[in-house]
Design a binder for this molecule. Structure first.
Ligand SMILES: [Fe+2]
Length: 413
């Protein structure tokens, strides 16, 4: 860390010195071990640096191993029978930073969270997403609210069954989080949502057949969204990016792929582009065999679970990890929701954790002015909610599905 104000911008923390104008043979002229860390004065321009001890302990020079755990490595699997217990109440998320911190951590580690007691309106759902970060617009719009369509741009807008998949595999940076809020359950039946933890299924695949895991980690697959709107034309896709991406992406790609370094799964057979770029005929056959076993694992009772989403209880999930699908339905079904970028989600989580840690330090008690301001904001929110509740609702909020409802049912085919 530079101490010179002319080397580091005091507000933005950005480097202000042209590193490449420094003499490559620059020397330390003074080195001091202090309580804060190692202080160094350099031979050129009296530049000063301070290396905190904690930072030094994590940044061992010339060590190729990652200096910290990747934020997406720190996860655990929730078994299908317990999935519907993973939840954070709407008021907790909206009205408390500590509650928001718990919610974000839950999504980061389990891959998803239900949010009971959410007002069953698009407005409240949009606010819930914006509590995390700005909504990420795509060719489908930003915040969406839809029923089935006659001429859809994507099968998501039909009443057809959707097999387990992750969204936007055709982007170089697929959507990070996705939220679904079912404002109207299918009026004539069907439309159960399906979910599967791809990280847990991938770990299982590695155990069963490491070669299959390896080929899904190495062969690049291109994807496309060909039904997209006339604004973008046929939405092609990451085929132009060196032939797409493998199904499994790892945080340390230079070593042999292993589930402990898995950070991203892209899986959408419906959007998979036709390919002629296979490394060899043999490898192509192995890839298809691996993909078949992988798809069966994802849809097995061990990993897949079903839920009838209800008005008042949206689900938000990690689109880089939790595959989702849907059984076919009849009649009208209304869903609203949106995407949030992975960078925004992770940054918000880090920021909230840092703020909560700082608040927990002695001497960081809130001033009476801050408390007064918080109370004022809370009162204004309550007023807004009161007005909202007085508006006639188009959909009655329903009860949260019972713990075991919809579980262990036959998987839709
Ligand atoms: Fe989808």
């Amino acid at each position: 860390m530079h101490l010179c104000s002319n080397c580091l911008h005091t507000h933005t923390g950005q480097r202000q010195v042209n590193t490449f104008e420094l003499d490559p043979d620059i020397q330390a002229t003074d080195v001091n071990s202090t309580a804060e860390g190692l202080r160094i004065i350099w031979s050129q321009g009296q530049h000063q640096s301070l290396y905190p001890w904690e930072w030094l302990s994590k940044h061992i020079p010339f060590n190729a191993a990652p200096t910290a755990k990747h934020p997406r490595q720190d996860w655990y699997h929730v078994k299908p029978a317990s999935a519907q217990n993973v939840q954070t109440d709407y008021d907790t998320v909206m009205n408390s930073d500590a509650g928001l911190g718990v919610f974000l951590e839950q999504i980061r580690t389990t891959g998803f969270s239900f949010v009971p007691n959410t007002p069953a309106t698009p407005e409240a759902t949009e606010k819930l997403l914006q509590r995390i970060a700005f909504i990420r617009p795509t060719q489908y719009g930003a915040f969406w609210d839809f029923t089935s369509e006659v001429k859809p741009v994507d099968t998501a807008y039909t009443n057809l069954e959707l097999p387990l998949h992750t969204d936007t595999t055709y982007f170089n940076d697929p959507a990070g989080l996705q939220l679904f809020h079912c404002l109207q359950v299918a009026t004539e039946g069907g439309g159960q949502s399906t979910f599967s933890d791809t990280f847990a299924a991938a770990a299982q695949l590695y155990k069963i057949n490491p070669d299959y895991y390896n080929i899904l980690s190495s062969v690049r697959i291109a994807s496309h969204a060909s039904g997209s709107s006339s604004t973008f034309g046929s939405f092609m896709n990451n085929a132009s990016h060196a032939g797409g991406f493998p199904v499994f992406t790892h945080s340390v790609p230079h070593i042999r792929p292993h589930p402990k370094n898995l950070t991203h799964v892209r899986w959408n057979n419906d959007d998979r582009h036709s390919s002629t770029q296979w490394p060899s005929h043999e490898r192509m056959i192995v890839w298809y065999r691996a993909a078949k076993v992988w798809q069966e694992l994802l849809a097995s009772k061990e990993f897949q679970w079903q839920a009838q989403l209800q008005p008042g209880t949206p689900i938000i999930f990690d689109n880089w990890r939790i595959a989702h699908g849907r059984t076919a339905f009849d009649g009208q079904r209304r869903i609203c929701g949106g995407y949030i970028g992975m960078d925004e989600f992770l940054a918000r989580g880090r920021m909230i954790s840092a703020r909560l840690r700082a608040d927990a330090q002695p001497g960081s008690e809130k001033t009476s002015e801050e408390e007064k301001n918080e109370e004022k904001v809370k009162k204004e929110q309550e007023e807004e909610e009161k007005i909202e509740k007085e508006q006639p609702e188009t959909v009655e909020p329903d009860v949260l599905p019972q713990k075991d409802e919809g579980l262990d049912r036959p998987i839709a085919s």
